[in-house]
Design a protein around this ligand. Structure first.
Ligand code: NAP
Length: 290
C-alpha cells in the first residue's frame, strides 16, 4: 500500500471496539498504534504502545496525541463531552483524522442536543472527521456489567424493548469500519450509521442465546423505569431516553454501511451469539472460573 506511515491513538483501547481496532491496526506494517487507557499498565494488546489517557486528566493528553495522524475517540458519556473532545482535538496537528464513536440515534440529539453537540465538537475541530453511529453492540449481552449475569444465573434477559426489535451489531464490525475511516480519506465528513444485517425482537434474541447456551433463557420485559433504577443524573437521563427510543423501534433500523465501507457483509448476530455463548457453556462445563 503506498500510504505514508501513520501513528494512530485509539482511546478506549481495552473496550469493545477499541481492542479489535487496535489489534487490526497493529497488524499493519505502516501503522504505529498507541492505546489509550486510564490504566495503561493493563493494556495487553500485542504491538500496541500503551499510553495514559483519561478524560479526567488533561495533563496526559499532549503526550497521548503527540505526533499522531489519526485518533479514534470513544465518546465519554458525560455532560461535558463536547468541551472535552474539543479540547483534546485542539491539541492535535491540523491534519489529524478523527473517527468518533457516536451512536445510531445521535441525530435525535436527546436532552439538550447532547449527542449532536458531541458530533459538532468533532466537526468544528477543523480536522478531517468521520462519525460512527452504531446500534446496540451484540457484545453487551456478554458484558459482565450488563446482561451476562442474569442470562447465566437466572436464565432470563431483562430488557425494556416491548415488541421492538434491535439490529444488534458485532463490535468487531464497528472496529473494521473505524479502521477504514481512519486510513482512507474517502469517508471524511460522513455520518456512518452502522447496524447488524437483521433486527431481532428480544424474545428472538433470548431464544438464540438459549440455543447457544443449551438451556432455557427467556426475555423478561421491563418498564424503562425498572431498567434504569439505581441510575442517576446524566447517565439516568441518557439511559431513559435511549430505552424509550428502543421501545419506539428506532434501533430496528438496518443499513448496509458495514458492507459499503469494508467490502464484506456485517457479521450475523446469530453467529456472534453461537460463538460467545457456546464458549460460556464450555467454560461452565469445564469448571473454570469465568
Ligand atoms: N454498548 C453499546 O451497545 C453502544 C451502542 C452505541 C454506542 N455506544 C457508545 O459507545 C461508547 C462506548 O461504549 P462501550 O459500550 O464501548 O463502552 P465500554 O465498553 O464501557 O468502554 C468504555 C471505555 O472507556 C474507557 N474509559 C472509562 N472511563 C474513562 C475515562 N475517564 N477516561 C478515558 N477513558 C475512559 C475505558 O477504558 P479504560 O478502563 O482502559 O480507561 C473503556 O475502555 C459510548 O459513548 C456509548 O454510548 C455504545
Amino acid at each position: 500500500m503506498d500510504r505514508p506511515a501513520a501513528t494512530v491513538l485509539v482511546t478506549g483501547v481495552r473496550a469493545k471496539t477499541g481492542r479489535p481496532l487496535a489489534t487490526s491496526l497493529a497488524g499493519r506494517d505502516d501503522v504505529t498504534v498507541r492505546g489509550g487507557s486510564g490504566d495503561p499498565a493493563a493494556v495487553d494488546v500485542p504491538d500496541v504502545e500503551p499510553v495514559a489517557f483519561s478524560w479526567d486528566d488533561p495533563t496526559g493528553w499532549d503526550a497521548a496525541v503527540r505526533g499522531v495522524d489519526g485518533v479514534y475517540v470513544v465518546r465519554p458519556d458525560r455532560p461535558d463531552a463536547p468541551a472535552l473532545i474539543g479540547d483534546l482535538l485542539a491539541r492535535t496537528a491540523p491534519h489529524t483524522r478523527v473517527v468518533l464513536l457516536s451512536d445510531l440515534d445521535a441525530g435525535f440529539g436527546g436532552a439538550d442536543r447532547w449527542s449532536l453537540r458531541v458530533e459538532e465538537a468533532v466537526r468544528d475541530s477543523g480536522r478531517p472527521w468521520v462519525a460512527l453511529r452504531p446500534g446496540w453492540f451484540a457484545q453487551v449481552l456478554t458484558d459482565p456489567r450488563f446482561y451476562l449475569g442474569p442470562i447465566v444465573e437466572d436464565g432470563e434477559l431483562p430488557y425494556p424493548a416491548g415488541d421492538a426489535a434491535l439490529s444488534w451489531i458485532d463490535a468487531r464490525d464497528i472496529a473494521a469500519v473505524a479502521e477504514v475511516a481512519l486510513l482512507d480519506p474517502a469517508y471524511d465528513g460522513r455520518l456512518l450509521t452502522l447496524t447488524g444485517p437483521a433486527a431481532y425482537t428480544l424474545p428472538e434474541t433470548a431464544s438464540l442465546v438459549s440455543q447457544a447456551l443449551g438451556r432455557p433463557v427467556v426475555h423478561r420485559d421491563q418498564t424503562v423505569a425498572e431498567a434504569t433504577s439505581g441510575g442517576e443524573g446524566f447517565q439516568l437521563a441518557l439511559d431513559t431516553v435511549t430505552f424509550e427510543r428502543v421501545r419506539a423501534g428506532v434501533f430496528a433500523l438496518v443499513t448496509d454501511t458495514v458492507t459499503e465501507v469494508t467490502g464484506r457483509p456485517a457479521r450475523r448476530f446469530e453467529d456472534y451469539v453461537t460463538e460467545a455463548f457456546s464458549r460460556v457453556a464450555t467454560t461452565e462445563n469445564s469448571g473454570s472460573p469465568r
